[in-house]
Design a protein around this ligand. Structure first.
Ligand code: CMC
Length: 427
């Protein structure tokens, strides 16, 4: 492809610039198309549309590659930690010298919530889904932290970013404790991000709580694996909400709402439910037949972008084995079902033809269950991890001089203009 693309429309030829990223396919710039031709493009689901320019995350779905600021996800999961990954996503480089300790101090400084916030959380019904609490409670942060809602002030943008990364585990742990009828546990700033979160979820005042390094490392790695994924549905929601100038707490609440859906972050809960429903290895063929008959989908399989093995799923599978061995459940029947299902699906023509591979959610449900979380908490954990991606993408958008309010167009297929009919004349 050259530097322009030609489009013939009703005898008129328009030249559209072709843009080149550092990696990935070229992009036809259609921004002037409507002004020059009176024609829109049509792309529901954005399967062929780049909605923004970004320097944060790159995915090559055919090759199964995921890079954050150029670093492969498996190298980050193996060698980095979640807070360092947060710094990388927010600032563009891995922290050097004292930057890592300074960043950790800044985040831990913001882990507590306003005391009145707990009363707000306690206003929810006990049986509320923890994601319902997350959508409401994170949106409510803007009612508690007015001093960091001015999106035009760079220092307020940074403080709200730090606050969100720091407070999400505290809010998520409260959503969990509330559903369990147990007292809220305050954060401890001498612990690591993952350790502090596990303690806020699983410690009770009546007993000592001892961190388990294998489980802490697994939690940290799960956070890294979910930290960002370029312009997925929830991130695009955050960008779209933010494009109007809405405050970051409200934008992240919008992202959480989008994440909740079963086709997105809700898939890990659905994947575990599916494995439970299958129950035993001998029932897999019957279940797979139901997928082929299009009665339901194989949850934790397939991806809009990956048409190869999701690189996060490989790390997740390894983490899953480590956690199950640590908690003494290496013979978990659901793990056996998952492994056999994966084996069958990877060799079955139906899945091979459609390039359906396991995604990150396929093994994360079993792992999170082994860590002690109920299924309703799975998407909440995804939201905790993805907050840094959302906020980094939100900041990038606000700081992009070409940023405009997001406002897609449509093909209108409804009634043409017609005259109003008074009620006594309607047949
Ligand atoms: N099981 C069975 N068939 C499937 C599946 C699946 N999980 N996913 C896609 N297909 C089939 C689909 O029926 C279609 O077949 P055909 O061409 O014969 O009509 C073909 O594959 C293409 O499907 P699509 O719906 O056009 O693909 P999409 O890119 O719009 O969907 C997806 C992506 C993730 C929504 C879909 O694969 C899906 O529903 N997967 C299950 C839910 C899931 O695991 N989601 C988590 C995604 S990873 C974490 C995240 O990003 O949140």
């Amino acid at each position: 492809m050259g530097d322009t693309a030609k489009l013939d429309l009703g005898g008129k030829t328009v030249e559209l610039p072709v843009l080149h990223g550092t990696l990935g396919p070229d992009v036809v710039d259609v921004r002037k198309l409507y002004a020059e031709t009176d024609v829109f493009t049509y792309d529901p689901g954005f399967t062929s549309t780049a909605s923004c320019e970004s320097k944060i995350t790159y995915i090559d779905g055919d090759a199964g590659v995921l890079l954050h600021r150029g670093y492969p996800i498996d190298e980050l999961a193996e060698n980095s930690n979640f807070l360092e990954t947060c710094y990388l996503l927010l600032h563009g480089e891995l922290p050097k010298g004292p930057e890592a300790a300074d960043f950790e101090h800044t985040i831990t400084y913001h882990t507590m919530l306003h005391e009145q916030f707990d009363r707000f959380v306690q206003g929810f019904r006990r049986d509320a889904h923890p994601m319902a609490i997350m959508v409401g409670a994170v949106g409510a942060l803007s009612a508690f932290y007015h001093d960091s809602t001015n999106v035009d002030d760079p220092s307020q943008r940074m403080i709200s970013s730090h606050r969100l990364i720091a407070k999400m585990p505290t809010i998520a742990a409260r959503a969990f404790k509330y559903s369990q009828g147990q007292p809220f546990v305050h954060p401890r700033n001498d612990l690591s991000y993952a350790e502090n979160f596990l303690r806020m979820c699983f410690s009770v005042p009546a007993e000592d709580w001892k961190p388990n390094p294998v489980l802490t490392r697994a939690m940290d790695r799960i956070f890294i694996l979910h930290a960002d994924h370029e312009q997925n549905a929830s991130t695009s929601t955050v960008r779209l909400a933010g494009s109007s100038g809405a405050n970051p707490f409200a934008c992240i609440a919008a992202g959480i709402a989008c994440l909740w859906g079963p086709a997105h972050g809700g898939a890990n809960e659905e994947a575990l439910n599916m494995l439970k429903e299958i129950g035993t290895v001998d029932r897999i063929p019957e279940y797979v037949q139901g997928v082929k008959d299009r009665r339901y989908r194989l949850m934790g399989f397939g991806h809009r972008v990956y048409k190869n093995y999701d690189p996060r799923a490989k790390v997740m599978q390894k983490t899953c084995h480590e956690v199950l061995a640590e908690v003494g459940n290496a013979d978990d029947p659901l793990l056996k079902v998952a492994m056999e299902l994966e084996r069958i699906a990877l060799s079955d023509e139906y899945f091979v033809e459609r390039k359906l591979y396991p995604n990150v959610d396929f093994y994360s449900g079993i792992t999170l269950r082994a860590l002690g979380f109920p299924a309703e908490m799975f998407t909440v954990l995804f939201a905790v991890a993805r907050t840094v991606g959302w906020i980094a993408q939100w900041k990038e958008m606000i700081e992009d001089p070409s940023q405009k309010i997001g406002r897609p167009r449509q093909i209108y297929t409804g009634e043409p203009q017609r005259a109003f009919t008074p009620v006594h004349k309607r047949g």
